[in-house]
Design a binder for this molecule. Sequence first.
Ligand code: FO1
Length: 320
Amino acid sequence: MSQASPRVLALCGGVGGAKLVLGLSHIVAGEDLMVVVNTGDDFDHLGLRVCPDIDTVSYTLAGVVNPETGWGRAGETGEFMAALASLGGEDWFFLGDRDLALHVERTRRLRDGETLSDITADFACKLGVTVNIVPMSDDPVATKVATKEGELAFQHYFVRERCQPAVTGFRFQGIDRASPHSRIVEALQNPALEAVVICPSNPFVSIDPILALPGLREALTRCTAPVVAISPIVGGAAVKGPTAKMMAELNVAVTPAAVVTHYAGLLEGFVLDERDAACKRTIERLVPHVSIGDTLMVNLDRKIALAEQVLALAGRCVAA
Ligand code: FO1
């Protein structure tokens, strides 16, 4: 794992963000690409430390992710879960047999005093991934979802309750005591950095925990590289997951413009899906550089094409 300063830094959540990161990894050398991953979804479950977004990004880049779910491993078996269920254990959160090995080993190494970032880098190396996968922080942060039925831990809301309770807000427990990983701050201070990419991940629960880290937003606004985002909203719906449902419940318009407004003060560029071309003018009033493209990333070629478009947009921001 190279410690050189990256050319491209991506802020990323789980499944949707990992797709773009895979595209980026095909056009940017591993050592030149840093992926800053949300850890607000992480939780202790069955005595194990589970880090879903880190694992989704790692498995995706390693080519071993389950293509149907976008998380977990391809060709996975569920012997452990079946045995656990037969004992009356908690089986609402599926841990595949091979995936389980990673949680067991990560938990042991954390208990022995290693940092999450060192363990993540080592696992990535063992999976054959050269991209720098950096947890947003080595300090624990836990996303809590305020709902009309009370506050829920993130995975209880997301998986156990299937995102059904109406959300009223979010809280990132531990954020005030958490520091962004030093490699992220160093990368943002480096004048050689060419682009910061906010992946089309959920703005509220995937990107906001990263932006809420003390000093991170300031580091982003001071950084000389342009910050560009890709709309997670296409045609009034989220490409994946509960983003649109959350926006509606928070009384925010389910539009790309609302996403740009959410990232106010950060963006120099925004990629809008071609299905939303009609709102280009509106977006241009909010952000200096707008590009229209196919953001659905249905296959590897489209992931690479979107990654190329994002970096071209960043280049236009610099040239202007
Ligand atoms: N998502 C589900 O919808 N159901 C699950 O049982 C589930 C298990 C799981 C296990 C490991 C892992 O890395 C991810 C897992 N996910 C599951 C996905 C995860 O809840 C979400 O992708 C993220 O936390 C949201 O980005």
